[in-house]
Design a protein around this ligand. Structure first.
Ligand SMILES: Nc1nc2c(ncn2[C@@H]2O[C@H](COP(=O)(O)OP(=O)(O)OP(=O)(O)O)[C@@H](O)[C@H]2O)c(=O)[nH]1
Length: 328
């Protein structure tokens, strides 16, 4: 404890020594300004975190001690507290580190993040203002860490654990978002649903583990075919994949689908003897947004699914495009 940390009006009670001791022990910054904004109390915590002893600060106007604060939000708050006689707070969101305060012994490093409370009060006939400065660096760091973790979790919850492409949840969100956009704008949006042919036979022949490796290779090849940033390649479930293609007409989508089909076939991943082709292939159903007939996710998915089924029935390793004119 140092007596120089405090310059109080004459002690009013027999416990004045306690106040002095408390000021010296407090693990936060405590200062008092008089009505001319001169520093009349400057506690030990402030001395050690600002690198300014009480003897260099007491009796001087705060905004002369810290010229960088003049005209800033803190000065406005102090003035407003003194005038309105109402407490004020400087939110860390508006200014994270107003005072040049540093962890003890690290001046010149990064400033301590601060929460500042300004409380006006009257003692006798004199007006004063208490300024409390709390070090919230740890809380801010924890918040940053938690935000980072939340971000990572959110990202993970949108990624398929096996293949690394978007998962079904991500697909649902993207399809909804793009459907709303299509409703508002160009009205062009296509959907591809694709399924690895005879995949049960693949698993039965090569085993589930190699089945997983096959799914990953197909997902990588398929996702690599989508070039536009707004396109989304997703694992729809099991051995099914899906693509959301914004601003893409039915014809363009059919071309994309054909290119994807050809790309996967070109990998020449050996298939099981019981499969219809010697290599792993995809069947693909294509459906496109139509303002009157296919305007919501359920109908678009049902249309793409029925095309996929059609592709399977027509021999697999092919693309079928949804047509709005029913066959005669
Ligand atoms: N290895 C592996 N297999 C999966 C996974 N998800 C689904 N499958 C398998 O994929 C196979 C899908 O089989 P079916 O739905 O009968 O279809 P298919 O054999 O591909 O036949 P078609 O679709 O008619 O060409 C099943 O054997 C599932 O067990 C997975 O994550 N890993």
């Amino acid at each position: 404890m140092t007596d120089s940390t405090i310059a109080t009006p004459a002690a009013a009670s027999g416990h004045a020594h306690l106040s002095t001791r408390i000021l010296a022990l407090a693990s936060m910054g405590l200062m008092v300004l008089d009505h001319e904004l001169r520093v009349v109390v400057w506690n030990q915590w402030l001395a050690s975190h600002a690198g300014l002893s009480a003897s260099r600060v007491l009796g001087r106007p705060l905004f002369e001690v810290f010229p960088e604060l003049a005209g800033q939000r803190l000065e406005q708050l102090v003035q407003s507290a003194m005038q309105s006689k109402l407490p004020q707070r400087l939110s860390p969101a508006s200014q994270r580190a107003p005072f040049p305060l540093y962890a003890s012994g690290t001046w010149g490093g990064e400033r301590i993040e601060q929460a500042v409370a300004v409380t006006p009060f009257t003692e006798g006939k004199q007006h004063y203002c208490l300024i409390e400065v709390a070090d919230i660096s740890i809380t801010v760091d924890k918040e940053k860490q938690l935000r980072g973790q939340a971000e990572a979790l959110r990202a993970q919850s949108y990624v398929d654990g096996l293949t690394g492409i978007a998962n079904r949840r991500h697909f649902d969100v993207a399809l909804d978002r793009e459907l709303r956009r299509a409703q508002r704008n160009s009205g062009q949006l296509s959907l591809l649903l694709m399924d690895i042919d005879s995949f049960k036979a693949y698993n039965d022949h090569f085993g589930h583990q190699q089945g997983d490796a096959c799914l990953t290779a197909v997902a990588e090849a398929f996702a690599g075919m989508l070039q536009r940033p707004a396109d989304l390649a997703a694992r729809y479930g099991g051995e099914e994949f899906a693509a959301v293609l914004p601003d893409t007409s039915a014809e363009q989508a059919a071309q994309h689908a054909e290119a994807i089909r050809a790309r996967v076939a070109s990998l020449q991943l050996p298939h099981a003897p019981a499969a219809t082709r010697p290599y792993v292939t995809l069947s693909i159903g294509v459906a496109s947004f139509h303002r009157e007939h296919l305007s919501d996710a359920a109908s678009l998915l049902a249309a793409a699914d029925s095309c996929l089924y059609q592709a399977k029935r027509n021999g697999r390793d092919r693309v079928e495009l949804h047509s709005l004119t029913p066959a005669a």
